[in-house]
Each structure stands twice: as structure tokens, then as C-alpha cells.
Design a protein around this ligand. Structure first.
Ligand SMILES: Cc1cc2nc3c(=O)[nH]c(=O)nc-3n(C[C@H](O)[C@H](O)[C@H](O)COP(=O)(O)OP(=O)(O)OC[C@H]3O[C@@H](n4cnc5c(N)ncnc54)[C@H](O)[C@@H]3O)c2cc1C
Length: 442
């Protein structure tokens, strides 16, 4: 079986998280013929966790980890940095769903946070790791209704939270645009590009990290062979951790079941001291919109503000200049609505990044073909879910058993999508309708 990688990771704007880090040391691309015991495709959250876990469990094995770009350049370094412990169903009205499924999701997410916390502390990764929870903010009546249902869902799960009125929201965020809010304590906030770069820089010695190494073709066999521009790697076992880019692998049944959906972020310049004083509020907080289609906002200790919103269906896995310009304009509007006291603050960076979702929230976790393991499709919750998928796929591939693995293996498979052009029309109209409904929560 041959898998072609026709769509490779593109630039998709300039990501502020990545651009504000120091230039990394030169990369080591794959050259010539390399033989390994394992090859992991994709050095995002799932790939980094899978490679690390394999190396921990098999210290004598050689693990090749390949990425088309630098570590931290892809979606793993482009996200808003919320490592979320709670249910986060983006297709729902309020993030929650079936109670048993929600409890299982919480167990997986917390296991991911525990694993990541251990690595960050042990390795001293400097990624602004903050265990300060997340705010949910509602701007209008629809958002308030979503917030109420979310609060009820959390009560049903016996999860702690605190409701905030408009005054309390202003005291934290500095803006009076939020009518009400909710604080849930378990989420960790990070600088995502710093986190993944730190993970890449502290991999065990038996992981060979090859960056700037786009894989063009995969020959599934004994061994599997991954063909790159300057070489090839052969390994009997392959872990797919290329998330949205796996949506092109029809041969493995992924095409037509998992979907690349883009979302977009912008980062402002650091606020001047006078602007900090005019804004008021706390120096670091992270806010999720009450309506999943609304706007995520983070204020960093560095004085910058990050805005994320807009979803688009990009089957060719790239966001062109016009899409980025539309997202930037939407970010500008959202920024001005929330921070009228900060006129003229420039959005210094704007970028897009690929999520991988399935219509039913299912995941193709497991062994897809002999010796081909999948840790793709995080359904938008990659910091926690990508990490635990990567860790657990390594354990599964080595024949281990655990309750967490049982949860992962029993999650539903992604349902089949209707064929194009119906699929594209359906997704685009659903996204447009939901964004329209989100109203000023955007
Ligand atoms: C703007 C934005 C905000 C977000 N906010 C959050 C958030 O706050 N919290 C959260 O949990 N999630 C968030 N997400 C989602 C999160 O970033 C993703 O779910 C996560 O990155 C998925 O991790 P992953 O390791 O599975 O895949 P990715 O991070 O996408 O990693 C896949 C890797 O595969 C590599 N690759 C692909 N094809 C090839 C090839 N042919 N050859 C070599 N390498 C290849 C890519 O370069 C990439 O590095 C956000 C995403 C975006 C874009």
C-alpha cells in the first residue's frame, strides 16, 4: 500500500507564539538511508508524546521522529495555549454532552496534564506554565444561556466552578463587555510554541528528531518506508501523528472521515505602560467564549493580547492570503468590541492552523494496518488530547493494558462523511450559520 502526502504543511501566516521565541539552533533534516525500530510521522503534541513514551518504555530502541517543519511551527505551536481538563465539544452549544463520555474525557485530559506537568518540571521547560484555570465569558443572552447549561453540566459532573457577574469579570479582564462569566480551575495555560519546542529539545537520546523533513510518500510494508526529499527511513512500526494531514490517506479509511478545519489567531504588540493602566484588570488570564463559535482571548504577562476566532473548511490544508486577511479583520473587530479603551493597538501577527475533527467527535485511535498505529484527530483539543493520544498509542503498540487505554479504544470511530461537493457545502453553511448565531460572542 502506498500513501501519498500531496498536501504538506504551509506557512499559513506568521504565528506570534513562534516568532517571539529566539531563533532555534539549526535543524537536522533526514539525509540518506536510516533504519529505526519505530518511525513517528509528525512532531506535534501527539508525535512528541508518542516518541518520548516509546523511548521511555524501550530505551534500547531507535525512534525516528520526522516533521516537515521546525518543532513548534505547526498547529501544536499555533494554538491558544489552553490545556483543558474539562469536556470541550466544539460542535455542541455549551461544550458538554453525554455525562459518561464527559467523565471519560476528563480522565484522559487530566492524565495528559499530569504527564505534561511531570515533563515540564523535570526538564525545566520554560513555557509560562500557569495552573490558573480558564474563564468562560458571555457577552449577550445567547452566551449567558450557554454558560448556564455549561454550569449545570459541571454541577452534574461534580466539577468545581465559580460564577462571576459583570463587575467581577471586569475586575479580571479590564473590560465591561462580559455580562457574566464562569471560572473553572483545572485548565493550564502555556505559551504553546515554547512548550513544544522545549519538548523537542529534551527528547530522550534514543529519539532521532529530523526537522525540515517533509515526507512525500509512505510505502506501507515490512518494513515501512517513508520517502523524504533527501532520504528514506525504514522501520517495522509506524505511528501516524500528522493529525489533519492524515485526512488525505484514503487507503487507510481516513479520507472522508476526518476533516481539516482551520482556525485563526492574532497577537498584539506588547501594551505600553499607559495602556496597561487604562485597561486595568489582572495581568494574565485566559477566556474561552461561552458559545464555542465565539472569540477566545488571552492576556499574557508579557503585555500582549491574543485573539482567536473564525473557523474555515480548508481541504487543501492551507490558508491563503485572503482567508488570513478576513480572519485578521474579524480579530480586529473582536478586539475593538472588547477593548475600546485600547485604540490603535496593532495586531502584530496573524496566523491560521489546522485542526482535525470528525463529525461525531470520534477518533481513529489504534492499529489501522499491520504495524501502522494512529494517534490522529484530536477534535480541536490537541494540547491535552494530542498528548494523551501520543502517550497511549505508544503503550498500546507495545501491548500494554490500562483503564485509560480501554477508554481510548472504546471511543467511537469517526463516521463517514457525505461525498464532495455536498460535504464542503454542508460544512461551510454549518460554520456560517453557527458564526451568525454566535453574534457578538464573536
Ligand atoms: C489558532 C488555534 C488555536 C487553538 N487553540 C487550542 C487550545 O487552546 N487548546 C487546545 O487543546 N487545542 C487548540 N488548538 C488545536 C491544537 O493546536 C491541535 O489540536 C493540536 O496541535 C493537535 O496536535 P497533533 O500533534 O495531533 O497535530 P499537529 O500539532 O497538527 O502536528 C502534526 C505535525 O505533523 C507534521 N506533518 C504533517 N504532514 C507531514 C508530512 N507529510 N511530513 C512531515 N511532517 C508532517 C506537521 O508539520 C505537524 O507538526 C488550536 C489550534 C489552532 C490552529
Amino acid at each position: 500500500m502506498q500513501l501519498n502526502c500531496n498536501f504538506l504543511p504551509q506557512d499559513d501566516g506568521r504565528c506570534g507564539w513562534y516568532e517571539t521565541l529566539p531563533t532555534p539552533p539549526a535543524s537536522i533534516p533526514l539525509k540518506g538511508e536510516v533504519r529505526a525500530d519505530w518511525v513517528v510521522l509528525g512532531a506535534g503534541l501527539a508525535g512528541l508524546a508518542a516518541a518520548r513514551r516509546l523511548a521511555e518504555l524501550q530505551p534500547d530502541a531507535v525512534i525516528a521522529l520526522l516533521d516537515a517543519r521546525r518543532v513548534g511551527f505547526g498547529a501544536a505551536g499555533r494554538n491558544s495555549g489552553f490545556m483543558i481538563d474539562l469536556p470541550h465539544d466544539l460542535t455542541s452549544h455549551d461544550y458538554t454532552g453525554d455525562r459518561t463520555a464527559d467523565r471519560q474525557q476528563i480522565r484522559l485530559n487530566r492524565a495528559a496534564i499530569d504527564y505534561m506537568r511531570g515533563i515540564v518540571k523535570r526538564q525545566g521547560i520554560d513555557c509560562d506554565w500557569r495552573e490558573q484555570g480558564k474563564l468562560h465569558g458571555a457577552i449577550e443572552a445567547r452566551g449567558e444561556r450557554a454558560l448556564e447549561t455549561f454550569a449545570k453540566g459541571l454541577s452534574g459532573l461534580d466539577e468545581p466552578y465559580r460564577l462571576l457577574d459583570a463587575g467581577e469579570m471586569k475586575a479580571v479582564t479590564g473590560t465591561d463587555c462580559y455580562r457574566s462569566g464562569l471560572h473553572a480551575p483545572g485548565t493550564v495555560l502555556v505559551q504553546p510554541a515554547a512548550l513544544v519546542r522545549g519538548l523537542g529539545a529534551t527528547l530522550p537520546e534514543n529519539v532521532l528528531l529530523y526537522e525540515d523533513t517533509p515526507v512525500r510518500k509512505i510505502e506501507v510494508g515490512k518494513p515501512h518506508t517513508l520517502v523524504t526529499d533527501q532520504g528514506r527511513v525504514h522501520a517495522p512500526r509506524l505511528v501516524l501523528a500528522n493529525n489533519a494531514y492524515a485526512a488525505q490517506f484514503g487507503e487507510l479509511g481516513l479520507k472522508g472521515r476526518i476533516l481539516p478545519v482551520y482556525t485563526y489567531g492574532s497577537l498584539t504588540r506588547p501594551l505600553a505602560p499607559q495602556q496597561v493602566a487604562e485597561l486595568g484588570g489582572e495581568q494574565s488570564w485566559g477566556l474561552i467564549p461561552a458559545d464555542p463559535m465565539g472569540t477566545t482571548v488571552r492576556r499574557m504577562g508579557s503585555g500582549r493580547i491574543c485573539i482567536r476566532n473564525s473557523f474555515t473548511y480548508n481541504p487543501r490544508l492551507t490558508a491563503g492570503a485572503s482567508r488570513l486577511a478576513r480572519a485578521r479583520a474579524a480579530h480586529r473587530r473582536s478586539f475593538e468590541r472588547r477593548f475600546p479603551m485600547l485604540p490603535g493597538v496593532e495586531l502584530e501577527y496573524t496566523w491560521g492552523g489546522a485542526l482535525c475533527v470528525s463529525r461525531n467527535g470520534g477518533t481513529p485511535f489504534g492499529e489501522l494496518a499491520a504495524g501502522v498505529f494512529s494517534a490522529v484527530c484530536q477534535n480541536g483539543l490537541g494540547l491535552a488530547r494530542g498528548t494523551i493520544s501520543g502517550k497511549l498509542i505508544a503503550e498500546y503498540a507495545l501491548g500494554m493494558e490500562s483503564e485509560l487505554l480501554d477508554i481510548m479504544l472504546n471511543l467511537p470511530q469517526p463516521v463517514a462523511n457525505p461525498p464532495e461537493p455536498l460535504l464542503g457545502m454542508g460544512i461551510r453553511s454549518t460554520l456560517a450559520w453557527k458564526e451568525w448565531q454566535a453574534g457578538t460572542e464573536l
